[in-house]
Design a binder for this molecule. Structure first.
Ligand code: A2P
Length: 333
């Protein structure tokens, strides 16, 4: 039956989007509670024509059946075990639990069955990984991916609501002849691209880049695919773009790949370069489906394809995927 639902981090970029997705998809809930930091207590957020007050997150368990958490890794690490203890299913958008073997990491279009192995906690993947998986998984099933090289063009939204605000205000400053400042990013983002997201690792890759490797392996249940990523922040607001090169075990043509992707749920093939139609952040923003296009035969790999995929970071990259996990959980195995 209908469930009591809590959104933790409700005032954040992802949290606000979760409210919209719950509303748009008519998620069966009997009660909705919104939590954020004490700074936001008393703020009201719109939901189904009502104004719901935001509460300061309490220390203990939450009086709900389902928690959708999007308030950062350290908060989830500390609080999620208490919510689980209190009897709630927790779907966590942070990276706090993604690599724990007993925690399912789920993109429903790929590994829906993993949902039902949960022990109270399900992890929502990194946004770049989720968007890549939507295009890569159907192609992998059809042609068996062996090597993947991906370069990303990641929007400000991946760094949260303040980061989106920073892109707007600092662009404004730049246009008025003032030097843009950087707080949410390592460098000013306006009119720049920054090849640095999350912390650098021993191997020279960033943690964001390694998330694509680790999480794709876990979601696909296949660690044999060799993946290299370059993750780059660009001055777009809320959709991530990715240039992807894949070498497959089996012969593949762009037309066969388009055919496979046309039948893939959650994917929209946008691939008419002559009509100037291809995936872009401007067209993918606000969409549930990810756009895939520029599909062409690789000049570098045998049995290879190059393509471009763009998805709304706040939707398939975060809020939508989390709500879809909850929907599938309700439907049962
Ligand atoms: P608040 O708006 O009150 O700071 P984003 O990723 O867009 O920056 O959003 C982060 C979300 O996490 C916000 O809703 C933020 O609430 C919430 N948050 C941050 N720190 C805490 C905390 N200590 N307790 C509860 N919620 C928090």
């Amino acid at each position: 039956g209908p469930m009591r639902v809590a959104v933790v981090g409700a005032t954040g970029a992802v949290g606000r989007e979760i409210l919209k997705v719950l509303e748009a998809r008519r998620f069966p809930l009997s009660e909705l509670r919104l939590y954020a930091s004490p700074r936001s207590a008393g703020v009201k957020l719109p939901f189904m024509g009502e104004e719901i007050p935001v509460e300061a997150l309490p220390e203990g368990p939450l009086p709900v059946d389902l928690v959708l958490a999007s308030a950062g890794g350290s908060l989830s690490k500390a609080y999620a075990p208490r919510w689980v203890e209190g009897g709630a299913l927790v779907i966590d958008n942070s990276s706090a639990f993604r690599y724990e073997p007993e925690v399912p990491l789920v993109v429903p279009e790929v590994n829906r069955e993993a949902i039902f192995r949960h022990k109270g906690l399900i992890a929502n993947p990194n946004c770049t990984t989720a968007i890549l998986a939507m295009a890569l998984w159907p192609l992998h099933k059809a042609f068996h991916a062996q090597r993947v090289v991906v370069a990303t063009y990641q929007a400000a939204s991946g760094a949260g609501a303040r980061a989106m605000e920073e892109l707007l205000t600092e662009t404004h400053r730049f246009l008025h002849g003032e030097a843009p400042r950087a707080e949410a990013f390592a460098h000013p983002l306006p009119f720049n691209v920054i090849p640095h997201i999350d912390a650098f690792q021993e191997n020279g890759y960033t943690r964001e880049e390694m998330k694509v490797v680790w999480e794709t392996h876990k979601i696909f249940g296949d660690s044999s695919i060799r993946i290299s990523a370059t993750a780059v922040r660009v001055p777009t607001l809320r959709a991530h773009a990715e240039a992807v090169s894949v070498e497959f075990a089996h012969p593949v043509t762009p037309e066969a790949a388009r055919e496979v992707l046309r039948g893939a749920p959650g994917v929209e093939v946008v691939d008419e370069p002559r009509n100037k139609r291809y995936p872009m952040p401007l067209t993918a923003s606000g969409k549930w489906d990810v756009e895939v296009g520029r599909i062409r035969k690789s000049l570098a790999f045998e049995n290879g394809l190059d393509f471009f995929v763009v998805g709304d970071q706040l939707l398939k990259g975060a809020a939508l995927n989390a709500v879809q996990i909850a929907e599938e959980w309700l439907k049962g195995p």
